[in-house]
Ligand binder design. Structure first.
Ligand code: SF4
Length: 191
């Protein structure tokens, strides 16, 4: 059984797919405890893989994009079964991960890695999208692990003004490789 926090239908507010309708499956639990974390990933309910697939179908209809997030979605072994079942149901699976749990993912799974205190280099290399959280500083120590990514996203923590200005200044100084990622869902008041 999967441990879950919530399943809801909204839009992807962040990153390269910003603005795209998506069903979010938030798995419960995280293997890190970041100071700035504002995500409620506490266990709310358990469900089997088929039950989650049905729930996604019920609320998302034929929405192609399903985002597995957390907490840390790769911390549960059954997540791989869920990916497989969702793909068989015709979904495009995206994963939002902190990149600490090495997992062999199918090649057509979109992996967004947002490194926090540490990251597994193999997951950094696998990432389709690298998203650094700017919280008082740009965490440049992670950059050597993301040599394969031509674009690095800088996301100001909490959309806070000082973090926005820091990220903006950094992106303008390194315009060929860095972009700002804003939490646009918060700006428009959706989940
Ligand atoms: S890795 Fe993400 S979900 Fe986990 S504690 Fe840090 S910010 Fe929160």
């Amino acid at each position: 059984m999967l441990q879950l926090a919530e399943i809801f239908y909204s839009i992807q507010g962040e990153g390269l797919w910003s603005g795209t309708p998506a069903v979010f499956v938030r798995l419960a639990g995280c293997n890190l405890a970041c100071d700035f974390c504002d995500t409620d990933y506490a266990l709310k309910f358990m469900a089997s893989v088929p039950e989650v697939v049905h729930r996604v179908r019920d609320i998302g209809g034929d929405c192609p994009m399903v985002i597995l997030t957390g907490g840390e979605p790769l911390a549960q072994a059954e997540t791989l079964d869920l990916i497989d079942a969702l793909q068989h149901d015709g979904r495009r699976v995206h994963i939002e991960s902190n990149g600490t749990v090495f997992t062999e993912l199918p090649p057509d799974v979109w992996l967004c890695v947002s490194p926090k205190e540490r990251v597994d280099p193999r997951m950094a290399k696998r990432a389709n999208e690298a998203k650094l959280i700017v919280d008082g500083r740009v965490p440049e120590e992670h950059l050597p692990l993301f040599q394969d990514q031509s674009t690095i996203l800088l996301q100001p923590e909490g959309n806070k003004r000082p973090n926005v200005e820091l990220a903006l200044a950094y992106a303008k100084t390194h315009p060929k490789r860095f972009r700002i990622s804003l939490q646009t869902h918060k700006l428009i008041g959706v989940q």
